[in-house]
Ligand binder design. Structure first.
Ligand code: ADP
Ligand code: MG
Length: 535
């Protein structure tokens, strides 16, 4: 029998707002002291009233727009009632019947797909997003080892939380990873959430079952297992792959998969049973009586049209305004970088995933465009499009190469992260200057690396460093004459061999000349000189 995995995700993300969802206590995920960002509203004191955080609603609408969701024109909050010590009010304000966003889609790179409506020839796979709704987070419980009590920190209670649910469109751990990474990046780009999984700002729950491929037509899904408390994307993907094989073994043995919640043991690389599914909870959802409904209109002009309907109600959210605040999404950046800079996909991915580094690159590239224009003006080649395009493309790729291969080492010296540019001493303008020098062969690549290192340490511009350290590349044959003569007389055997036709000996002699000049000689010039002098 062949089994096909059926996997759906539920993803929570804490929104990046100044204050909490329904009060003005600070939403500060970095607060180290427990129970300081609290107030009577988020502590559920009787007689207090919640007030909607407009910023949070906008952010969820923005998340919906980024995934092409349909945004609800009218919606409302509901109370989800349950008792737990991390929930001071005894209910969570959430959305149930009518989420803010519905029916979205995110494309991940994967050619093979069995989902109906999915274009089989396309090299992307569409993952359908069922809904995104807005709710509030609970406090944080600390269960101490060897203690007969637990501690609770309410700083997180009432922090705006968005929940996204997908259709069960995934089939592998790899697909889960791709989707989750892209979503995380998208939310970071849009400044919706920091979405750091280690800090619990983004939490992924996986639902997974296998279905018998022979029974495709019956459209019956198998019994699903839910995996929770996954605190990295890698763990989520690994847990999925493990769970697929675990369930397959059970089914192949003719047994039944138990419906339950499982956790991930990273040491054993296994999922383990946490609790078997109790009877479905009755949360006694009902509309939150202390909050007004939410209204959303497409454009400002619609406000007056709908005046009668929204009179005396809360101000509507305006989609065109929210859209106007949206920055470029990661996928849009990939496509634009390809078109504009024509870099290899691998480089584009690095400059997309590391947004700051990509922004830095754009700054360097625009400096290089200006430099290329100046160069052409000087050479009297204004308007000679193909040449100019060739030069800029060369400069663009040179800059990407230096950033991607050299920056990580320079940065690890003081920060350790390729994307943490705060305090990085090489200004984009200075890197552009260096690229122009390399392009014109005024510096060898060894020289350029030495200059770059100095730039990172001193913040100086390349020309200053070259002058101070005497690092410029020497192309003047008169200056190189002595060194080349010395190399020939010191290595008579190699010179003879080269004369007799051995190319390897020429390479050797060039290498010796480079060493003699401490890497400053222009190797092409040295090569020509050796040829002239020996042959
Ligand atoms: P529940 O009522 O248990 O919360 P939902 O229908 O709300 O289940 O779905 C929750 C998540 O589980 C969604 O991401 C959905 O795609 C996924 N899901 C639903 N049924 C299955 C199944 N049989 N196998 C795997 N995932 C499933
Ligand atoms: Mg559900």
């Amino acid at each position: 029998m062949k089994y096909k995995p059926v996997i759906g995700l539920e993803i929570h993300a804490e929104l990046k707002t100044r204050t909490k969802m329904f009060c003005d206590s600070l939403n500060d995920p970095n607060e180290k002291h427990p129970n300081v960002n609290i107030c009577p509203v988020c502590m559920g004191h009787p007689g207090t009233l919640p007030v909607i955080n407009q910023e949070a609603v906008k952010k969820v609408i923005m998340a919906g727009l980024a995934l092409n969701c349909k945004i609800a024109e009218g919606t409302f909050f509901e109370r989800k009632n349950y008792f737990y010590p991390d929930l001071p009010k005894g209910y969570q304000i959430s959305q149930y019947q009518k989420p803010l966003c519905q029916n979205g889609v995110l494309e991940i790179p994967n050619p093979k797909s069995q989902i109906p409506d999915n274009d089989q020839n396309s090299n992307t796979k569409k993952i359908r997003v069922t809904r995104i709704h807005l709710e509030e987070d609970a406090g944080r419980l600390y269960h101490l080892p060897d203690k007969d009590y637990s501690l609770v920190d309410y700083n997180r209670a009432g922090v705006p939380l968005m929940e996204l649910v997908t259709e069960p469109d995934f089939e592998t751990g790899w697909e889960v990873r791709k989707f989750t990474e892209e979503l995380q990046l998208m939310w970071q780009y849009l400044n919706i959430s920091e979405a750091n999984m280690e800090k619990g700002e983004m939490r992924v729950e996986v639902n997974i079952s296998l279905r018998d491929e022979q029974q495709e037509t019956s459209n019956k899904f198998g019994i699903k297992v839910e995996i929770k408390n996954l605190n990295s994307i890698k763990f989520a993907a690994d847990a999925v792959d493990y769970e697929i094989s675990r369930q397959k073994e059970i089914l192949e043995a003719g047994e039944k998969v138990k419906q339950e919640t499982r956790g991930w043991n990273e040491n054993k690389k296994q999922t383990f049973s946490q609790r078997s599914k109790e009877e479905a909870h009755d949360y006694r959802y009902f509309p939150e009586p202390d909050l007004p409904p939410l209204y959303v209109v497409s454009t400002k002009s619609q406000i007056s049209n709908h005046k009668s309907q929204i009179q005396n109600r809360s101000e509507p959210f305006i989609i065109e305004d929210i859209r106007a605040e949206m920055v470029e999404l990661p996928q849009q950046r990939r496509e634009r970088f390809k078109k504009r800079y024509n870099l290899p996909d691998r480089d584009i991915e690095i400059l997309t995933v590391n947004k700051q580094l990509g922004d830095y690159y754009e700054h360097v590239a625009s400096e290089l465009d200006a430099a290329a224009r100046d160069y052409h003006k000087k050479m009297g080649r204004v308007g000679e499009e193909p040449v100019e395009k060739h030069v800029t493309e060369k400069l663009h790729s040179l800059a990407a190469n230096y950033m991607i291969t050299e920056f990580p080492m320079l940065m690890s010296a003081w920060a350790g992260e390729i994307n943490e540019l705060e305090g990085f001493r090489i200004e984009p303008e200075a890197l552009a200057e260096l690229m122009v020098l390399v392009f014109h062969k005024e510096l060898s690549s060894t020289g350029a690396k030495a200059v770059l290192k100095e730039m990172a340490e001193t913040g100086l511009h390349p020309e200053q460093i070259m002058k101070e350290k005497d690092l410029g590349q020497v192309s003047d044959t008169r200056e190189l004459q002595k060194a080349v003569e010395k190399i020939i007389s010191d290595n008579p055997k190699a010179a003879e061999d080269f004369k007799a036709g051995r190319e390897a000996s020429l390479k050797f002699l060039i290498g010796m000349a480079m060493r003699e000049t401490k890497g400053k000689a222009n190797p092409q010039v040295v090569e020509q000189m050796l040829k002239n002098m020996i042959r």
